[in-house]
Ligand binder design. Structure first.
Ligand code: 6GU
Length: 227
């Protein structure tokens, strides 16, 4: 199985660097995911490679033209089948672990990064399959959101994390936050690691972890326990 993400953006340089280090880079080096960037400016119209224009009916801000977006995405679609064409926008569906899990099972994704005041509605109606927001706040562009979404998906691909089980024990995977974790030294300037973690009793340790996860979730995010 191959996983491919095509990121379409007016500012591809903003979004490249997270893919150049750590887990996201390793995933690409291992051949588990391919990430391609497409500069919409190259699909711009006319001598000036225009990519945006004023909104019909007035209103502040420039609107991304339908033409360059259709040209770019249709070119990609002519080369392979895509399972989803995602548009990052603050008025989209809220991105959650559940949606990340679902999308990580797809093979070829396009992510179109929103910008300026928005994109021509006709793009949303005829090309986009998922409109996604990463939270209730406004970013200056969809690039950082596209990086967030890509990171959440890529780390779920089997083989990307060294410890195959660790993605499944993350906070949120079971609607629980993580228990506290510690490493050496067991006594740091008088602050001690809980005895149970040093006991070697794996049954007791599992019970402690589960109790802590529940306690922390109740305290910090009781809403997660309602479902
Ligand atoms: Cl996906 N885009 C922008 N511009 N702002 C956001 C967002 C996306 N998600 C939350 N805020």
């Amino acid at each position: 199985m191959s996983f491919r993400i095509d990121i379409v953006s007016l500012l591809p340089e903003i979004i490249k660097s997270p893919f150049d280090s750590s887990i996201l880079m390793r995933a690409q080096k291992k051949g588990l995911v391919k990430v391609h960037f497409h500069d919409l400016r190259e699909y711009g119209e006319g001598k000036h490679r225009q990519v945006d224009d004023y909104a019909f009916g007035g209103g502040a801000g420039m609107v991304m033209l339908a033409g360059p977006i259709f040209k770019c995405i249709n070119e990609l679609k002519s080369q392979r089948d895509y399972d989803a064409v995602i548009y990052t926008t603050p008025d989209g569906q809220k991105f959650t672990q559940k949606l990340a899990n679902k999308l990580s099972l797809r093979e070829n994704l396009i992510i179109l990064c929103g910008h300026y005041k928005g994109i021509d509605q006709r793009v949303r109606e005829s090309l986009i399959t998922h409109e996604i927001s990463i939270g209730d706040y406004v970013l200056s562009g969809g690039e950082l959101a596209a990086a967030v979404i890509s990171d959440a998906l890529i780390r779920l691909i089997p083989g990307v994390l060294n410890d195959g089980s660790s993605a499944l024990t993350d906070s949120f995977q079971d609607n629980l936050l993580s228990h506290p974790i510690y490493t050496r030294p067991s006594n740091f300037e008088g602050m001690k690691v809980p005895d149970v973690l040093l006991s070697g009793d794996s049954k007791k340790i599992e019970i402690w972890k589960a109790e802590q996860a529940l306690k922390i979730t109740k305290a910090k995010r009781p809403d997660l326990l309602e479902g």
